[in-house]
Design a protein. Structure first.
Length: 293
């Protein structure tokens, strides 16, 4: 009996000791989650259609156009600019995608590209990595677009096909695969390279240099290099980053795809007829409006 009582005393002493340790242990609050800059994409066929100077643009005589139904896009560079006089590269660079020399000259590495569909998040950046300040403009270098376009076939029927277009300054493409079809490229391709698939039919080509529209309202004060696709847009009330944010800042980059797929007409019917020899001449987006959600 004495042994049993001794054992119970030891157990009770251990419980009391653990309980006291728990009571005396300081309460540790979980570390606060870091606030981020969340960048989303949006593709808007009703947004104003602009030219290279950021001015409203109509479709030239002899051409026709349509608004593609884009499934996804990719960017290789995003920069916040404080003023209209901030030169390209002198703002806050919040995203700079991977590049490679596998194809010879420096190029966007398509094998490591990020993609986003409309109303989807493209990239998330900790706000602690962005310099505090007030930013009036955003510059976005688009690299790739993929979506559906309509065309008129030789049989007189309209069909839908998928167009993949590269609008970055230079892109190294190992293989391009969409709709279950693979286009072996394994080379650098300059702005304007495209591939098309519909009903098992495939084609690819290269738009003329300088044919891709890249709206830049800061053309006079902050030009961009020829052959790049650095689209520029203005925040309505600016983007202010204090460095003390406790919640995410969400910015939606709304791209105008209003009649952004443009071709030369052979038959003046407003329908894209590749089998009749109608050629793609422009695949650039038609404007950018950054919005703070």
């Amino acid at each position: 009996m004495k042994i049993l009582n001794l054992i119970m005393c030891i157990v009770l002493l251990g419980i009391t000791s653990c309980s006291n340790e728990s009571i005396n242990e300081p309460i540790r609050n979980p570390a606060p989650e870091e606030a981020n800059l969340v960048i989303k994409f949006k593709f808007d066929p009703n947004q104003i259609r602009l030219n290279n100077l950021g001015q409203p643009a109509t479709i030239p005589n002899g051409n026709a156009a349509q608004s593609p139904n884009f499934a996804r896009m990719s960017s290789n560079y995003i920069e916040l600019a404080p003023t209209a006089n901030t030169l390209l590269g002198e703002g806050a660079i919040v995203y700079d995608g991977p590049s490679t020399n596998l194809g010879g000259e420096k190029a966007i590495d398509f094998s490591q590209a990020k993609f986003a569909g409309s109303n989807e998040t493209f990239v998330t950046i900790p706000l602690s990595e962005i310099a505090a300040g007030s930013y009036s403009w955003v510059r976005v270098s688009l690299a790739y677009q993929e979506g559906a376009i309509n065309f008129l076939a030789a049989d007189g029927n309209e069909y839908s096909g998928t167009l993949a277009s590269f609008v970055g300054y230079n892109t190294y493409i190992p293989d391009l695969t969409f709709n279950g079809v693979t286009f072996p490229v394994n080379a650098n391709k300059l702005q304007g390279f495209w591939a098309f698939e519909a009903l098992g039919f495939t084609s690819q080509g290269q738009a003329p240099p300088g044919a891709t529209t890249v709206p830049n309202p800061l053309f006079d004060s902050s030009p961009i290099p020829q052959g790049s696709c650095v689209v520029t847009g203005k925040f309505e009330n600016g983007l202010n980053i204090t460095g003390n944010e406790t919640e995410d800042v969400v910015v939606t980059l709304s791209f105008s795809v209003n009649n952004s797929f443009e071709w030369t007409e052979i038959t003046a019917d407003g329908k894209y007829e590749p089998e009749a020899g109608e050629q793609l001449v422009d695949m650039g987006v038609r404007g950018l409006i950054p919005m703070i959600d």
